[in-house]
Design a protein around this ligand. Sequence first.
Ligand code: NG1
Ligand code: ZN
Length: 540
Amino acid sequence: MADPIAEAAQKHPAPEGLTYTYGTAGFRTKADVLDSVLTRVGLIAALRSRALKGQWIGVMITASHNPPGDNGVKLVEPLGNMLQEEWEVLSTTMANKATPEDVSQYYRDIAKTHRIDLATPARVVVARDTRASGARLLGCLVDGLKAAGADYKDFGFLTTPQLHYMVRCLNTEGTPNAYGSPTEKGYYEKFGAAFKNALKGKKPSGGLTVDCANGVGGPKLTELIKYLPSEDEGGLKITVINDNVIKPDSLNVECGADYVKTNQRAPPSSKAGPNDRCCSLDGDADRVVYYFKDDSNVFHLLDGDRIATLVASFLGDLIRQSGLAEQITIGVVQTAYANGAATKYVEQTLKLKVDCTPTGVKYLHHAAEKLDIGVYFEANGHGTVIFSHETLEAIARHEARNPGQKEALDILRATVELINQAVGDALSDMLLVEVVLAHKNWTVQNWLSTYDDLPNRLLKVTVSDRNRFQTTDAERRLVKPEGIQKLIDQEVQKVRQGRAFARASGTEDAVRVYAEAATRAEADDLARRVADLVKAAGTV
Ligand code: NG1
Ligand code: ZN
């Protein structure tokens, strides 16, 4: 009897000698070794959907900020969040099965152990970024979906957050929690209207230059602009740069959020003048960082930490002004990469609680879910705000007692709509920042002056086996290799306001070292010394 699962696996055999891992960003590696993974992800997506009684599961084909020759794939749960951890493990095991027969057997094993009725409908929604390999990998995925008998909807090119949005919309359609219309137009209409309502007549000052990393964010932003109030209507002047998706080799090259954050420099292609507001998206538009050059041509970065503090202070004001402060509290969730000055500002100036989690959005998201309003951002610009069910109800139910409260409440309600609660979304985050700056009447200089970042340095160290580096305390301390943490502590003691940590990357074969200190020289020196310790301990 023909076995369609084994046949699909046979059509896209796994290369020998490679081990795949479903990491913090799904499977991600060189595009030419991903065919077999995509087919198998198709099988897993179908099983996951069936396990959830036919709810829509999302599959996004992207390698985000990584080079054009890479690609990747990740799965999205029904409400638009990241894949459950247990299923990450199943995905990893499936990706590493050797033969087509093993794949087919494992497919049935999962169904059996998870009591999945294979007759239940399976529904999967798919999209990809603009990488050249995307079309081929989509074909491999579809072979897996078809073999598993899944219904699928292909949205073609979307940003990662747009795909998350579609998944959430499809699963909530027709319910009281309906998130929006599951179409691209629906996405633009929802966020365009929320932006206009949240501005509430305030005109953003100056213009905004948006670097789209030559990725999918370019054409999508150009489309979104059509749904935003025009300049004449009191809207924002947006200049789109680096939106060349015709030349996939230019993706993330000398541009994009990762380039700007890592090099602490504007993309060379930017023509923005002194004090002009600029921001950069990454290749799949789920990260955004702001920046500008001052009158002396000095570059200043306004990263994810800055966006988090800006948004937390704005929401705090709105909650207070609407008379909701007694019912709703706000918390900020960061990772160890958050600048020490940002953490101090949130705790001491904004007087809000800060939680620290391991790197990876899923950890931040989980921690934020425990709060009434959880503002979470990674320093690299990936993040969003989530509101608990009770908080959303309290905001919807609340009755303003005076015109001041009403004004704040209206803006708060529109701001909730403007935030993509499924996942960090560069386009919606960008509109949110613009709303906050407009209401506060702040320039980028005002925003920058809230606190002074401690100079910091991020280094990457290649070691023979990064898995030997094991951490505790939200990745801030190494427990293995033994003894190394004590040596790092000694180095930290030698500089003023020093802090440093090392951890194995979840997405690259390397150990990352982070250091910050009172001066640039001390931060650089500390990073170099810790990197030397890592190198010595990691070379065996
Ligand atoms: P790793 O490679 O585990 O450090 C990187 C980023 C994360 C996150 C993931 C997913 C840094 C230091 N790390 O993780 O913040 O965005 O990629 O893309 O930026
Ligand atoms: Zn990304």
